[in-house]
Write a protein that binds this ligand. Structure first.
Ligand code: MG
Length: 216
């Protein structure tokens, strides 16, 4: 019973916010300008791959990309949060994948249309196990990486983010209420790439494996 409560607590998600272009090298690799304020988009709840569920290659895309990202979990309700107070509003971190149908996104971008069909489809958000953020870990950079078939394909360090966790939270809260259980994908470092059926993706926070997903 306790185990079930722990699992449920890990998976009660409210809203899913995502930050685009938060690492200079990644913005450049996709030919985008470096933004002067956080680029925010959202995924619906259905975008979250449920625990123990298989991940299927989306039928509408021929170019599925992984984007490994640090993901924060909001622990306090707030609106108009000052950047200096923002660290009181999240208490857990993990690594996740913002799966992207890059072919669809390029089409939409060209037409100046919204990204949801490329980014927010069912099961397009994968998250790993939550790790509590402590006083010791809060002030150090978070190092993370993604392996595809046992080869490292992306490596990131939170100190290279254009917009810090606190800036992102303050910015989002100027437009949307943040609620306990909301999660924030904080942007992907350089090295995004294509994945195909049969690939096995593993996300790491420092040396610790947080998730494993096989593309079916
Ligand atoms: Mg992303």
């Amino acid at each position: 019973m306790l185990c079930l409560i722990v699992i449920l607590k890990q998976w009660i998600i409210m809203k899913i916010f995502c930050v685009g272009r938060n690492y200079i090298e990644h913005a450049k690799e996709l030919g985008n300008n470096v933004p002067d304020e956080p680029v925010i988009f959202m995924k619906p709840k259905n975008a979250l791959l449920p625990p123990f569920s298989p991940f299927y290659y989306p039928e509408f895309s021929n170019e599925l990309h992984y984007e490994v990202e640090l993901v924060l979990r909001i622990s306090k309700n707030g609106r108009y949060i000052p950047p200096k107070q923002a660290n009181k509003y999240y208490n857990a971190i993990t690594v996740g994948i913002d799966f992207t149908a890059r072919d669809i996104q390029n089409e939409l971008k060209q037409k100046g249309l919204p990204w949801e069909k490329a980014k927010a489809w069912d099961n397009s958000a994968v998250i790993g196990n939550w790790v509590d953020i402590t006083k010791e870990t809060a002030n150090k950079p978070f190092i993370f990486s993604l392996k595809n078939n046992d080869e490292i394909v992306q490596e990131g360090n939170s100190s290279n983010m254009i917009f810090s966790f606190d800036t992102i939270i303050a910015h989002i809260s100027n437009y949307f209420s943040l609620n306990i259980g909301d999660i924030i994908f904080t942007g992907t470092p350089a090295g995004v790439g294509e994945c195909v059926v049969g690939d096995i993706l593993q996300g790491f926070l420092a040396e610790e494996k947080m998730f494993e997903v096989e593309i079916k």
